[in-house]
Design a protein around this ligand. Sequence first.
Ligand SMILES: [Fe+2]
Ligand SMILES: [Fe+2]
Length: 361
Amino acid sequence: MKKIYQIGAKKFELDQTKAEAAFAAKKVILGRDTMTFNLLPLKYQWAYDLYRTMKANHWEPEDIPMGKDIEQWNDPGFLSEVERWIIMMGVGYFSAAEGIVGDNIQHVIRELMTAPELKLVLGRHAHEENIHADSLLYMISSLGINPHECEAMFEDVETIRKKNEFVTNISRDLRRDLDLTKLENKQLLARNMFVFGQCMEGTQFYGLFGMILSLYRQNKFPGIGQMFRYTLRDESNHIELLRSLLMELIEENPEIWTPEFKEDLREQMRTAVKLEKEFISDCLPVNSLGLRAEDFLQYIDFIADRRLEGVGLERLSEGVTNPLPWLAEMMDIQKEQNFFEGRVTEYQKSSALDAVDDDDL
Ligand SMILES: [Fe+2]
Ligand SMILES: [Fe+2]
C-alpha cells in the first residue's frame, strides 16, 4: 500500500507496508537495526509514559537549601557520633553507587536495546543518575567533608567495597560486543537488568534511604533528607523501568526463563540481601535515637521479597511485615505545597504544557 503526494512536478511515494514491517520488527533486543531513532508508532507505550513521568519529576540539587544541614553538621553538641557516621556512609556508598548504575544503564543496557522508545527512557534514567551523583557532590562540598575520605571509603570500608564489586562484576561481563542470539548472553543481559533494578536500586539502596530519612523525620539534615526523598522517588521509577524491561525481554525471548535461571536470580537476591545486612551493621554499629538496626534488617527482607514477587519469582522469607511503613509516604512529594519555593511544580507545569496528549499517539 502506497500513498502518493504530488507536489507541483514532484511526486513522492510513501510505502505504508514497508513502514508497518519496520514497526513489526521493533523489539527489545535483536530488533530492526536502524539509526533513524524513530519513536512513532510506539510499541512500548509504558516506556514513553514512564519517560514523561520521570521528566515531570525533574529536580536540581542546587535548588535545595543546605544552610540548616551545615549548621547542624558544625554544631558539636547537636549530633551523635552514629548520626554523623550514617551521613558519612551515605555519601561514601552513594557517591560510587549512583555512577555505577548510570554507567551500566548507558553503556550496557541502553546499548543493547533496539527499540528507540526504550533507548529514550534509558537515556533519561542515566541522566537522573548523573543528577543523583551531582547531589552527592553538592552534599559533600556543602558540609565540607574531605573528598579524599569519601573516595577512600569505596575501598577501605569492606562492606561498601563488596556491594560495589557485586554489581560491577555483573556489568563487566557485558562490556563487549555481545552476541545476543545466544541464550547464555540473553541470560547475562536479563541477570544484569534484575541485579541492577531489583537487587541494587530496589533493595541495596533502601538501608541507607531508611536511615537518612529516619533522621530527616527527626528534623536532622533537612536538605540532605529532601534530596534523598527526590532520589527515592526517582529510584522507584528506575526499579519499575528495569522490571518492565525484564518482563518484555522475557516475553519476547521466553527461552530465557528456565527454572535454573529463575533460581539463579533468587540466589543473586540472596547475596544482595546478605551484603546489605552486613552494610547496615556497619552503618549502625549501635542503635541510635529512633533507629534500630533490627528494623532496617527486617525491612531489607521485606523489600527483597517484594522485588522478587514483582518479577514473578518466589520470595526468600515467609511472612515478613514492613517495619518502616512511613518510608513509602516519603515518596509522596507532589501533594506538598511550598516545597523549595514550588520549583518542582513549575517544572511539572512547563512539562505538562509541552506534552502531547496520550490519545494523540
Ligand atoms: Fe540513583
Ligand atoms: Fe536509579
